[in-house]
Write a protein of this length. Structure first.
Length: 258
């Protein structure tokens, strides 16, 4: 009898994907919750209660399919060294898409990376949270991107890889301040796209970092209603990222679903 019950409980537990153990409840362990990439590009908009011309938006899927945002934010290290063209990161995608290429796809002019190096220097080490603006290279033609903002969001350590900077929200605040600066007054920058900074190669906890990023954007837009940026987008590549960010925004008192 006991063996028969066990045979029923095991598949049922996996099928329902629910915590059925007090150990799982205490340790917050999850069953069957692997993230799945989202192939469709959709936008979920949330309007600020006290700044009705401002929105926080979640945009799903691959950044290569995003063609509605003026500024893309590149999550970069404090050395401002962009990732190699074929790495699996936002930095590598931006670098490759922004470069000039021949008919076979071979890079012949590493446009964005070259400009970033010229501004930051060959042996750069910038303070955490620093944001440097460059042109968008070929992305201006192919994706309607006007500027790339490179945010120093992770710090590298020999033998340990990258870790997020202490105040990841600083990257959001600084990027929004630069977008609203006199330097770009005539560029008509109205939208900006952030990846979920610090959760990729930075290996930060998804919900913790996503909350920091979203809270920083909400606070800045509410405190600066004159900001020219009207829509702040966060890229949610997977179903898990979308679920977490939607929950954070649904809990936020500052927003309503647009």
């Amino acid at each position: 009898m006991k063996q028969e019950e066990d045979r029923r409980f095991h598949p049922n537990g996996l099928k329902l994907k629910k915590k059925d153990s007090p150990v799982h409840e205490v340790l917050d362990l999850r069953i069957g919750t692997e993230s799945k990439g989202l192939s469709k590009t959709e936008v979920f908009a949330y309007r600020l209660r006290n700044a009705k011309d401002k929105q926080i938006c979640l945009i799903t899927g691959d950044i290569r399919n995003v063609k509605v945002v003026d500024v893309w934010v590149n999550s970069e290290n404090t050395n401002m060294q962009m990732a190699r063209h074929y790495d699996r990161s936002i930095s590598s995608v931006i670098r490759y898409l922004g470069a000039k290429k021949d008919r076979s796809g071979l890079v012949i002019d590493d446009t964005i990376a070259k400009e970033l190096t010229e501004i930051a220097g060959d042996h750069a080490h910038v303070p955490p949270g620093t944001v440097i603006a460059t042109g968008a290279g070929e992305l201006e033609r192919t994706h309607r991107v006007k500027k790339i903002f490179h945010a120093a969001s992770v710090v590298g350590q020999v033998g340990k890889g990258y870790t997020p900077v202490a105040d990841i929200g600083m990257c959001v605040r600084n990027a929004l301040e630069i977008a609203n600066s006199d330097e770009f007054e005539n560029m008509n920058l109205k939208s900006i796209l952030f990846p979920l900074i610090g959760t990729g190669t930075g290996r930060g906890k998804l919900e913790e970092k996503a909350r920091e990023l979203i809270d920083a954007a909400l606070s800045h837009l509410e405190a600066n209603p004159q900001c020219r940026i009207q829509r702040v987008y966060f890229l949610t590549w997977s179903d898990k990222e979308l679920e977490v960010c939607q929950r954070i925004l649904q809990e936020a008192r500052e927003v309503v679903i647009a």
